[in-house]
Write a protein that binds this ligand. Structure first.
Ligand SMILES: N[C@@H](CCC(=O)N[C@@H](CS)C(=O)NCC(=O)O)C(=O)O
Length: 208
C-alpha cells in the first residue's frame, strides 16, 4: 500500500499519474499548499524539505521524496514504464532533464510571467526565452516519435504536468506541433485524467 502526500501541482501530478497508470492502490494525503500545510510539523516529519510529493511505501517501510526519485522507484519496483535496458538510460536522462531544466525553468516562468507580471521584465523575458528553448528541445525529440523514449513511460508522465501549464507560460502549443500531438495523446489516457484530478478535481487544459 502506498500513501501519496500531494497537491494539485505539476510535481504532485507526476506521481499520481504514475500510480494511476500502475493501477495500484494508494491513499491520497492532500497537503493544501494554499493553507501552508507543507510547513506543518506533521508534514515536515514526512519530508523535512517541506515539498510535495512524498510517497510512503508502507509495506517496505520506506519514504521517498523528490518526484524524479518517486517515478524511478515506482518504475523499478513494478518493473514498468522504464523501458528496456537501452531505453532505461534514455528514460533516466529525460527524468534528469525534466528535474533540472524543464521543471525549474517553467516554475520560474509561472512566478515571473504569470503571478507577478510586469514586476521584473528582465526575469520574465529570460525565463520565457528559456521556456521556448525547452519546448523546442522537446518538439525536436518528438519529431519522429510518439513518446519521449519511444514506448510510453516515466519520461512522458514526468513532463506532461509541466506542459499542461502552458497557459501560464505564454506558450502557444500550436507553435510546437510535435509537442501538441504528444500532449493530445497523453491527455486522452484515462489514467492521466484520473491522476491529473488528484487531489482536487481539475480539467486538463486543451488548446482550441
Ligand atoms: N524537486 C522537488 C520539488 C517539489 C516542489 O517544489 N513542490 C512544490 C509544489 S510543485 C511544493 O511542495 N511547494 C510547497 C512549498 O514550497 O511550500 C520535486 O520534484 O519533488
Amino acid at each position: 500500500m502506498y500513501q501519496l502526500y500531494t497537491w494539485s501541482t505539476p510535481n504532485g501530478r507526476k506521481a499520481s499519474i504514475m500510480l494511476e497508470e500502475l493501477g495500484v492502490e494508494f491513499e491520497v494525503k492532500p497537503v493544501d499548499l494554499s493553507a501552508n500545510e507543507s510547513s506543518s510539523t506533521a508534514f515536515l516529519a514526512v519530508n523535512p524539505h517541506g515539498k510535495i510529493p512524498a510517497l510512503v511505501d508502507t509495506e517496505a517501510g520506506r519514504t521517498i521524496v523528490e518526484s524524479g526519485a518517486i517515478m524511478l522507484y515506482l518504475g523499478e519496483k513494478h518493473g514498468r514504464f522504464l523501458g528496456d535496458e537501452a531505453q532505461r538510460w534514455e528514460t533516466v536522462q529525460w527524468v534528469m532533464w525534466q528535474m533540472s531544466a524543464l521543471g525549474p525553468v517553467l516554475g520560474q516562468t509561472h512566478h515571473f510571467y504569470f503571478y507577478n507580471k510586469g514586476k521584473a521584465p528582465y526575469a520574465e523575458e529570460r525565463f520565457r526565452t528559456a521556456a521556448r528553448g525547452l519546448y523546442g528541445v522537446l518538439d525536436k525529440r518528438l519529431e519522429a516519435r510518439d513518446y519521449i523514449v519511444d514506448a510510453y513511460g516515466v519520461a512522458d508522465m514526468i513532463c506532461f504536468p509541466w506542459i499542461a501549464r502552458w497557459p501560464r507560460q505564454g506558450i502557444e502549443l500550436t507553435d510546437y506541433p510535435n509537442v501538441l500531438a504528444w500532449y493530445r495523446q497523453l491527455a486522452e489516457r484515462p489514467a492521466v485524467q484520473r491522476g491529473y484530478a488528484i487531489p482536487v478535481s481539475d480539467e486538463i487544459p486543451m488548446p482550441s
